[in-house]
Design a protein around this ligand. Structure first.
Ligand code: NAD
Ligand code: ZN
Ligand code: ZN
Length: 336
């Protein structure tokens, strides 16, 4: 099989021929049809975060494809079914987090395309319990971005506790943000979308944003405060200053939901303001299998639109460069 491999952190990926993997007990072998390029894959390949992946590894946690082989003990999936393989590749199912509906916090989790090989390949393995069935009628190229960008922003808005009367700021209208705008609208909120390119701001408007803020020329905090302040802000831009900007635009009792993971990112949170204003600052990491199921159902019901462009896997390095330049409509999806 063909795969795009990180041979060394910070180096271009290498297209390799590898033997097809063989499913072990509890695993499935998947013929990948479509695989999204999440900005997380770029952080992985560059070794941006404190916990680093160990090369060589195959990135990708938006892989969607057809089950082609079953390991021993797999009874609930069958050959020919379409499944998606998200970031949460395994969780123990027994710890306090797993048992309380927070499997995404499991300390024994495996992460697809990070601690185990991912979807930048013609074939991949997945733990059968974490390979999510894609409902009939969903195009695999739509399902791919939903598998991380979709579930992550859907969950972030749950964490924000968005209600119909509220103003929600979506900072960064990229792969994640273009879906966040739609989930916030579905929740009934008034949406302020923030970005730094004309194309992304135009896209936000098309997807239903009520207010668009160009962070190149406007101060997002000031604009949000002019609208009474945001009840919540979801930070999706890979930029520390963008976190601080939306923090400053929250109203009293507001919530900053941190999602993006800029390398070495820190923000200074003023204690006095946070205490007096009753502000919450919360992290949100992907979503559970239940969240992904809800994301797929919404899409199958025609409630969301996934904006993507398809490319061959061979374009992986130029595709990464395009995402870093912000020169992509929303998501790149590799077609295998
Ligand atoms: P992306 O590159 O597609 O989108 C980022 C967007 O931010 C772009 O539209 C860009 O133009 C915009 N932007 C850049 N600077 C800005 C600024 N100053 N103000 C406003 N917007 C600005 O990336 P993505 O795939 O959407 O991922 C975003 C981040 O989320 C990454 O750091 C990724 O690792 C992280 N992520 C986190 C989780 C999680 O579970 N917490 C899951 C997936 C991705
Ligand atoms: Zn992702
Ligand atoms: Zn667990």
């Amino acid at each position: 099989m063909k795969a795009a491999v990180v041979q060394a952190l910070g180096q271009p990926l290498v297209i390799e021929e590898r033997p097809d993997p063989v499913p072990g007990p509890g695993q499935v072998l998947i013929r990948v049809e479509a695989s999204g390029l999440c900005h997380t894959d770029i952080h992985a390949a560059q070794g941006d975060w404190p916990v680093k992946p160990v090369p060589p590894f195959i990135p990708g946690h938006e892989g969607v494809g057809i089950v082609e082989g079953l390991g021993t003990g797999v009874t609930h999936l069958s050959v020919g079914q379409r499944v998606a393989v998200p970031w949460l590749g395994y969780a123990c199912g027994r710890c306090e987090h797993c048992l309380s509906g927070w499997e995404t916090l499991c300390e024994q989790q495996q992460n697809t395309g990070y601690s185990v090989d991912g979807g930048y390949a013609e074939k991949m393995l997945a733990d059968a319990d974490f390979a999510q069935v894609v409902p009939d009628g969903i195009d695999p190229r739509d399902a791919a971005p939903l598998t991380c960008a979709g579930v992550t922003t859907y969950k972030a808005l749950k964490v924000a506790g968005v209600a119909p009367s509220q103003l929600v700021a979506i900072s960064g209208v990229g792969g994640l943000g273009h879906l966040a705008v739609q989930y916030a609208k579905i929740a009934g909120a008034t949406v302020a979308a923030i970005d730094v390119t004309d194309e992304k701001l135009e896209l936000a408007r098309e997807l239903g944003a009520d207010i668009v803020i160009d962070a190149r020329t406007e101060d997002p905090a000031k604009v949000l405060r002019e609208h009474g302040g945001a009840h919540s802000a979801v930070a999706l831009a890979v930029n520390e200053e963008a976190f601080a900007a939306v923090y400053g635009g929250l109203r009293r009792g507001g919530k900053l939901v941190m999602v993006a993971l800029p390398a070495g990112g820190t923000i200074r949170v003023p204690i006095f303001d946070t205490v007096l204003n009753g502000t919450s600052v919360i992290g949100s990491i992907v979503g559970t299998r239940q969240d992904l199921d809800e994301v797929f159902r919404l899409h199958a019901a025609g409630r969301t639109r996934v904006i993507y462009q398809t490319r061959p896997l061979d374009s992986v390095n130029e595709s990464i460069a395009d995402v870093l330049r912000g020169d992509v409509e929303a998501r790149i999806v590799f077609e295998m």
